[in-house]
Design a binder for this molecule. Structure first.
Ligand SMILES: NC(=O)c1ccc[n+]([C@@H]2O[C@H](COP(=O)([O-])OP(=O)(O)OC[C@H]3O[C@@H](n4cnc5c(N)ncnc54)[C@H](OP(=O)(O)O)[C@@H]3O)[C@@H](O)[C@H]2O)c1
Length: 290
């Protein structure tokens, strides 16, 4: 693969991992929110005129799921309009576009993994804003690749794993929701999937990406505790107790089941499935080594 690749949202979990895995032959122009506000159509046009990218990966998003309930207009500007501006600029210049979306476009009422063409029905403002972004991208650039993911974490960034490590270091016991299931996604693997999508010029449409396997937030927390203790990141194993979602009320409703069917991605991106617990171990090792 060759060319100039613009990464929007360079300061986020995915944005940073993308910069660590730029394929040989590619020049990566990584722009943080301060350098490119994707919600500002004029800024997007200026950046395209300045850099003339061959392709764009959109890692920029409003990701505060609970706050979005009170700031839906702001979430829509960033997650709905922003990807639309990028897709329109790509369509006008002939650049390819990989956009990242979310499992929260689904309502979680399924009991088998969601295929990419399953009907969307978001439960909250964040999911609605991300779905609006998908529709804007499809409209402006049907050849775009939309990669939906969920439960993203990395060694750098605000995420469930880092929050658990902090709380587990401070407390003897923790209660964690056990009736929401999905699959964690290490941002490094998601970055690889984005690059793999770009490397396949014929690829277009909606794909799903997370690590392999299924767990609840409770299972994930237990695994974090065990793996972190094994690596010496925790001095002792905290007690982790399963609780129902109703005992941990949040402003935004979350899907009870958000397992994505990744079979098309594993086939078309030629990336093998890796179990979420193995990826978790890699990430914790990275923290341990740093
Ligand atoms: N995190 C998850 O669990 C999760 C789950 C499902 C899907 N996703 C999707 O995966 C993608 C990557 O998420 P992530 O975990 O890497 O998110 P993240 O760590 O929150 O990063 C998002 C980045 O976008 C930036 N940003 C916000 N508004 C922007 C704007 N108007 N213009 C340009 N940049 C802007 C943020 O900057 P500031 O920090 O300065 O605001 C931040 O650096 C997103 O599309 C997200 O919706 C994430």
């Amino acid at each position: 693969m060759q060319g100039k690749i613009l990464v929007a949202g360079a300061g986020g979990q995915l944005g940073r991992e993308l910069q660590r895995s730029v394929p040989a032959g590619c020049q990566c122009i990584a722009l943080s929110r301060a350098e490119l506000d994707i919600g500002d159509a004029a800024q997007v046009r200026v950046v395209f005129a300045e850099h003339a990218p061959d392709a764009v990966i959109n890692a920029a998003a409003y990701t505060a799921v609970d706050r979005a309930e009170e700031e839906e207009a702001q979430a829509l500007r960033i997650n709905g309009d922003g990807p639309g501006h990028l897709a329109a600029a790509c369509a006008a210049s002939g650049a390819r576009f990989v956009h990242v979306s979310t499992d929260f476009v689904f309502d979680g009422s399924a009991s088998t993994p969601y295929p990419p063409d399953a009907p969307a029905n978001p439960l909250g403002a964040y999911g609605r804003s991300k779905l609006a972004g998908e529709l804007r991208v499809r409209e402006a650039l049907p050849a775009a690749v939309i990669l939906r993911t969920g439960w993203v974490y990395s060694a750098l960034g605000a995420n469930f794993v880092r929050t658990m490590l902090r709380l587990m270091g401070e407390r003897e016991a923790l209660n964690v929701v056990a009736d929401q299931v999905g699959t964690p996604t290490w941002a490094r693997g998601l970055a690889d999937a984005c690059w793999a999508a770009l490397a396949r010029p014929q690829l277009s449409g909606t794909y799903h990406w997370s690590d392999a396997g299924v767990c609840s937030w409770y299972d994930f927390a237990v695994a974090i505790a065990e793996e972190a203790q094994g690596l010496g990141l925790l001095a002792r194993l905290p007690a982790v107790r399963p609780i129902p979602s109703e005992d941990y009320p949040t402003p935004a409703r979350r899907p009870a089941f958000s397992v994505l069917d990744k079979s098309a991605s594993w086939r078309d991106l030629e990336l093998p499935p890796v179990h979420w617990r193995e990826q978790l171990r890699h990430m914790l090792r990275e923290i341990e080594e740093s």
